[in-house]
Write a protein that binds this ligand. Sequence first.
Ligand code: ADP
Ligand code: MG
Length: 650
Amino acid sequence: MSEQLTIETHSKKKAGKTYGLSSWQRLRRNHLTVVGLGIVSLFCLISLLAPLLPLPDPDATNLAQRLLPPLSPGHFLGTDQLGRDMLSRLIWGTRVSLSVGIIATLIASVVGSLFGIIAGYYGGRLDNLLMRSIDMLMAFPYMLLALAIVAALGPGLMNALFAIAIVNIPFFARNVRGVAVSQARSDYIEAARLNGQSDSNILFTELLPNVMPVIIITISTTVGWMILETAGLSFLGLGAQPPQADLGSMLGEGRKMIITAPHEATLPGLVILILVIGINLLGDGLRDVLDPRLKSGTLVRPKARTAVDPALEAKPEEKQITAGNKESVLRVNELRTYFNMGNEIYKAVNNVSFNLIPGESLGIVGESGSGKSVTALSLMGLVATPPGIIKSGSICYNGKNLVGASLETLQKLRGNRITYVFQDPLTTLNPLLTVGDQIAETLKRHQTCSGRKIKDRMIELLKQVQIPNAEDRAKAYPHELSGGMRQRVGIAMALANDPEIIIADEPTTALDVTIQAQVLGLINNLRKERGLSLLFITHDFGVVSEVCDRVMVMYAGKVVEAGTAQAVINSPLHPYTRRLIDCVPRLGKPDKVIHAIKGLAPAVNDLPEGCAFADRCDYARAECQQQQITITETEPGRSVRCIRVSKGEI
Ligand code: ADP
Ligand code: MG
C-alpha cells in the first residue's frame, strides 16, 4: 500500500501526461486490437452513413434482374432472388444487426448489473431471491430460452432483441455480483457508511465505479456474441421479417440459393464473420487495458526469476574474485535493478554495493520507496518480471555470482541457504494450511528425511521461536494466531533449513510496540546463537541500534551513507541520515521536537543529475545539483555520498 502510494506521489508530476495517455497507448500497442478497432469503426461509420450513401432502395425488387453475380453493371455485389441490390441490403442489414446487438447488450448490461450490484451489496435474503431468479433463467439452454421467448411474443426484430437481452442478463448479474460481494465488504464502503452516506449513494457513487471495469469487460466480450444470436434468430425466421434485411435473415434467404447463386449467402456470412472478429479483437484489447494483469485473457504471473540484462546473462555463474574480502558471505557490487514501465524506467536500485560478513547484522535504512525491498528481492532473483530487470552488477554468494544464475541454482538457495522474513506474515502464509504444515513444507523442500523427523523438527522450530504449546499451535491456521505469533512462524520458516543469511524486510512494522520488541529480541538472539548473517531492512532508525552491527542508509535507490551502527547513529554524516535520526522519538524526552523532512523523495524515473536529496537538504549548494556525487570513504568502514561532508564543510 505504502509502496503504491509512493509510486503515485512520485509520478504525480507526470501524471497528467502518462496516466492520461497510457490507456490509449496500451490499446494501441496491441496490433490486433487496432485491427479490431479499425474494423468496428469502419462498420459503424458505414452503418451510420447508410441513409446518406447513394444506395438503391434495399427492398426494391426487380425480378428482371434477379440473381445477378457480383460486379454486374449497376450492382457491385450482384442481386438476390428478388433482384434487390446486395450491397445496399448488406449495408442496411449491418446497420440493423449492429444496432440490435448493441441495444440488446445495453439492456442486458443495465438490468443484469443492477441485479448483481444490489444482490452483492445487500446480501442475505434479497441476494438469495435475486440470484435464484437469475438461476432459473440460467437453468435453460439459453438459445432455447430465446426461441421460447420469441415464440411466446411472436416473431419480429424487437421481440428477438428482447429475447436476446433477457437471456444475457444472467451473465452480467453473475459477474457483477461476484465483484460486488467482495467490494461491498471493503474498508472504503465501511468508511462511506460511517460517513453517514445513504445506501443508494454508496451503491452508485462508491460501489458502481469499482465494478464498472467488470461491466465494461463483460459488455465488450458479449456484443459480438449478441450479434451472432440475433443473426441466429433471424436466420430461423424469428427475427427480422421480410422485406427488412438483417445479416441473419439475408443468410437464411441466401441458403436456399446456395448452389445457383452462392454469393447471396456467402456475402452476409462474410460480413458477420469479419464484424464479430473485429468486435472480439477490440473487446479483448479493451479488457487488457482495463485490467492490466489480464494480458490476452490470462493473469500475467511474474517469472520465477527476475530478468537479467542479456549482457549479464552471457556470463552466468562465473567465479568472482573474492580476494581481499574472503570473509564476506555475500558481496553485492554495483547492483542496478530497474522497472520498465512503458516509456518510463524506474531506477529502483541504482548502483548499490555492500558486503555481508558471516555472523554480522547489516541494516538497510531509508524512507518508504528508497529501494530497500527491491535490493533485498534482487539478491534471490525475486523482483517481479515484468517489469523488473537486473541491469548490471554482481551478487556474489560464497564466491558464486547469482546474477544470471539458473533458476535451479536460485531455487536450491531460496528458503535454504538464504531466507526471507517479510513484513506482514498474514499475506505470506497460506490461509488454507496449518502453520505446522507450512513449516514442514519448507523442510521437505530442501531435506530428505522421514515424516517423523520432519514433524519433530517442526515442533522444535516452533519452540525455538517461543511459541507456547507448540504441539497444539502447529495445528492452528494462520488466522487463529496473533500478529506476533504469525511473525514467529515466519521466522521459524526462515530458520527451518539452517540458513546462512536471513533477509528480514521490515519484520516488525506490522506489529505493536511490545510485540515488536519481543520479535526483535528473538531475531537477534537466534542470529547470535546460530552465527548467521542478517540483512535487516527497516525505515525506523529506532530499531537499528538494537539489531544492527553495521548500517547502510539508502535514498532514491542509492546508498548515501554506510558505517557501523554506532558511528552512524552517534555521529551521522549525511544530512539525510541526520534528518532521519532526528525523526526518531525518544522515550523520556518529551520536549524533543520532531521535524518531519520537508518535501518528497524524487521519483526514481526522473532523478536529478546531482544529489537526489539536494531539494530537501538544508546544506545544499548549487554545486550539489550540478554533478554526479560519488560515495567516498571518510575513514575505513565509513563512507558517505555528500560533497559538502567530503570537503569537511559540514
Ligand atoms: P522500500 O524502500 O520502501 O522497500 P521498494 O524497494 O519497495 O521501496 O521500492 C523502490 C521503488 O521501486 C518504488 O518507489 C517503486 O517506484 C519501485 N517499484 C517497486 N516495486 C515495483 C513494481 N513491482 N513495479 C514497478 N515499480 C516498482
Ligand atoms: Mg519495502
